[in-house]
Design a protein around this ligand. Structure first.
Ligand code: UDP
Ligand code: MG
Length: 312
């Protein structure tokens, strides 16, 4: 098998059949074989039903992995990599925002450049609002500053890569997965190509501001320990300020001979230092929580059903 398309689906009932038709059209006459690995991420609509229909028809080779509940897109991608048998593997969404024609170009680039391991698409024009794009830019500034691995701001997980890359990614069995970080971390030669995301074919996006914020925190905590040093830096700053203030107080006492009444100062300092301490404990808590979850060694996903070619 030359190519596996890994497609995570969560409530994409209206899209899966159209997606498959678009793939078949895009790859007609390509001269190599390909399969589609659908992951039903615990959808609550007719997605699984429709996927089973596509699997029964086998218009092109189709595998379906269905999760016991919603585990998130990252878990879906992981399961897809485990079940993909292609020499090349492509990650693509089911909503046709990312055109399958681009995957064909990616395969061509990999064929023509033996040195290139990953072809990743980045959005040249973002179709999202100003506020969201402001926060996303801010997030990439922060994470690139904090982390040792580098993040390409507009790159998505829409990419095609060689089997060796997939095997490397599967070795990273972390529970809180952040694929952009995982891709940077595993390395390999990456070639970036621009693409324009189309509007969603049907249904709605699964992301909202809260989910994106949590995902961003996962990214930062998962790929940097620098926030843990914050309390060390802060303690240096406050110790320095305390010494300066001590000198000021002693000088005032010696010159004027009076102790300064400092009620407001004390209250402000208590509040300021208290909140700084809580903030630092919060950061440590984020790391401890993730360590706790990882030590339980729970699986990244649970599949209730896996439909391969033999089942069709
Ligand atoms: N998705 C998933 N599990 C989830 C959320 C999303 O498998 O919990 C899939 C979804 O079905 C789609 C892809 O991930 O194929 C991207 O999701 P979406 O289109 O909502 O994200 P956006 O394109 O808006 O960033
Ligand atoms: Mg989408």
């Amino acid at each position: 098998m030359k190519l596996s398309l890994v497609v995570p689906c969560y409530n994409e009932a209206e899209n899966v059949a159209n997606f498959q038709d678009a793939v078949i059209t895009a790859f007609s006459g390509c001269g190599y074989d390909y399969e589609i690995v659908y992951i039903d991420d615990g959808s609550r609509d007719a997605t699984l039903h429709n996927l089973k229909k596509l699997h029964a028809e086998q218009k092109c080779p189709v595998k379906v992995v269905s999760f016991s509940r919603n585990f998130g897109k990252e878990a879906g991608l992981y399961a897809g990599l485990e079940h993909a048998s292609g020499e090349y593997i492509s990650l693509i969404d089911a909503d046709l925002q990312q055109r399958p024609e681009i995957v064909r170009d990616m395969v061509r680039i990999l064929d023509e450049n033996p040195d290139c391991d990953i072809v990743a698409a980045y959005q040249d024009r973002r179709g999202e609002g100003k506020v969201l794009s402001f926060f996303k830019k801010g997030f990439y500034k922060i994470i690139n500053w904090l982390s040792n691995v580098k993040f390409h701001a507009d790159a998505s997980d829409f990419r095609t890569f060689r089997r060796s890359v997939a095997e490397s990614i599967l070795q990273l069995a972390e529970y809180h997965r952040f694929s952009k970080g995982i891709f940077s971390w595993v390395g390999f030669n990456t070639h970036y190509i621009p693409y324009t995301a189309c509007p969603r074919a049907a249904g709605t996006t699964k992301w909202n501001f809260r989910k994106l914020t949590n995902y961003a925190i996962d990214g930062i905590i998962g790929f940097s320990t620098r926030p843990l040093h914050l309390s060390t830096y802060l303690s240096g700053i406050t110790a320095f300020a305390a010494v300066v203030y001590l000198i000021v107080v002693v000088c005032q006492k010696l010159m004027d001979g009076i102790a300064i009444p400092g009620y407001a100062t004390i209250i402000v300092l208590i509040l300021l230092l208290g909140s700084m301490q809580l903030f630092c404990i919060g950061i440590i808590g984020e790391y401890v929580g993730r360590t706790f979850e990882q030590t339980k060694q729970r699986p990244i996903y649970l599949a209730k059903e896996v439909l391969t070619y033999e089942d069709a």
